[in-house]
Design a protein around this ligand. Structure first.
Ligand SMILES: [Fe+2]
Length: 388
């Protein structure tokens, strides 16, 4: 038997459930925070959530300052600026508040504070030496699972004409603690609810199809798919449904753990250049691409796709594995229609001028290595062209 070693790395403390935000000050005190740097994105302050956290901390004698310098699809320059502001302010800890953009930017800031150099130095696997500055991640979207992930995705803008997303993968990227309070996701509008939910769904499907999948990651991923299939349309139609929001948060944690163990695949490799060049929402981009990649992987992943159909509560009784696998793809396409997600480039106002460049970037993307079917640059180009 071929030996293969898997790992599951998570933050030391993870709170989830309705009102779990009440744990913020207690958690900050565990890590001796006295002067916290709250990292968020430019859009979140209007929700009032960063100020609620600041107030909560200050009520408990912890100074706090909100910095909203993380761009959507955060960039290396955001990390440089965040490090500068952190040092000038004499802060001792970071609290990331938001979705993947805020949390990944905060992870990048911590890496540089603790290790020096520039963020490009840490691209790839296991390059980080020191993990010292406390980092608490508070999720306000239900999508990326960045709050429990050992990965940070930062856009490299150093080159003149090429921008690409760097994957920094290391257990030392992990936040020290995470909070997933479903009440914080109630402020998400229909578009973001659908998009972040489809990011969760895509993480689960890609982890299940991954070359690194195993019984543990498959079990977690299939349950996440089951929950998203049942609850995503409900929560997109009624964002105030707290039961649905809570279930989606459970799926975020399950899919995040599956993704943590098994990694992803080429849906993400195709989504990263699209998101970078056209500044698209990550989850919505994945939603559009996922059925195309399931078809591309069909022969290699037919058994897994049949399991995904079952997890989606599609009746596959008396069907062959091939028929059941086809039903999974049809089920995903129906879900996209139900939540008004895009299925073609034109729906995201994406042009065709960058397909050649994006195909090369997708081929070099850090998620491609665990794809069950190896894709060439020509394959990536063909998949993009099929989405026009
Ligand atoms: Fe994702």
């Amino acid at each position: 038997m071929i030996s293969k070693v898997y790992s599951l790395n998570l933050p030391n403390i993870n709170y989830f459930g309705i009102n779990s935000l009440v744990k913020i000050a207690e958690t900050a005190k565990i890590f001796n925070a006295r002067n916290a740097f709250i990292v968020t994105d430019i859009n979140l302050p209007v929700t009032g959530i960063p100020d609620i956290i600041k107030y909560n901390l200050e009520e408990n004698d912890i100074k706090a300052t909100v910095w909203s310098g993380a761009f959507p699809n955060p960039q290396d320059i955001n990390v440089v600026e965040g490090v500068k502001v952190f040092k000038e302010g004499g802060f001792d800890s970071i609290i990331a508040v938001g979705g993947g953009s805020s949390i990944d930017c905060a992870k990048g800031i911590r890496i540089i504070l603790d290790n020096g150099g520039k963020i490009q130095d840490y691209e790839g696997n296991d390059k980080i030496k020191i993990r010292k500055t406390p980092l608490i991640a508070v999720a306000t979207t239900a999508g990326t699972s960045s709050e429990i992930m050992k990965i940070a995705v930062i856009t490299n803008t150093e080159m003149k004409d090429v921008k690409y997303k760097m994957g920094i993968v290391d257990w030392k990227v992990l936040p020290d603690a995470s909070i997933n309070d479903p009440l914080l996701t109630v402020s998400l509008d229909q578009f973001y609810t659908a998009g972040t939910g489809m990011d969760v769904f895509t993480h689960a499907v890609e982890a299940i199809m991954s070359l690194n999948s195993n019984t543990v990651s498959d079990t977690l991923g299939l349950k996440a798919i089951n929950i998203i299939s049942k609850w995503l349309k409900i929560v997109v139609d009624d964002g105030n449904n707290v039961e649905a929001r809570t279930n989606i948060v459970h799926a975020v944690l399950l899919a995040g753990m599956a993704f943590n163990i098994a990694a992803l695949g080429i849906t993400h490799s195709l989504a990263h250049p699209l998101g970078t060049y056209y500044n698209l929402h990550h989850g919505m981009t994945n939603a559009m691409i996922l059925p195309y990649v399931c078809r591309f992987n069909f022969n290699e992943s037919v058994d897994k796709l049949a399991l995904i159909a079952e997890a989606m509560d599609i009746n596959t009784v008396n069907m062959s594995v091939i028929e059941a696998a086809s039903k999974a793809i049809e089920g995903i396409e129906k879900l996209l229609v139900d939540i008004k997600a895009p299925q073609k480039f034109r729906e995201l106002r994406v042009g065709t001028d960058k397909i050649e460049r994006m195909a090369i970037d997708a081929y070099n993307d850090f998620c491609a290595g665990t794809s069950p079917r190896k894709a060439t640059v020509e394959d990536f180009k063909a998949i993009y062209e099929s989405m026009i």
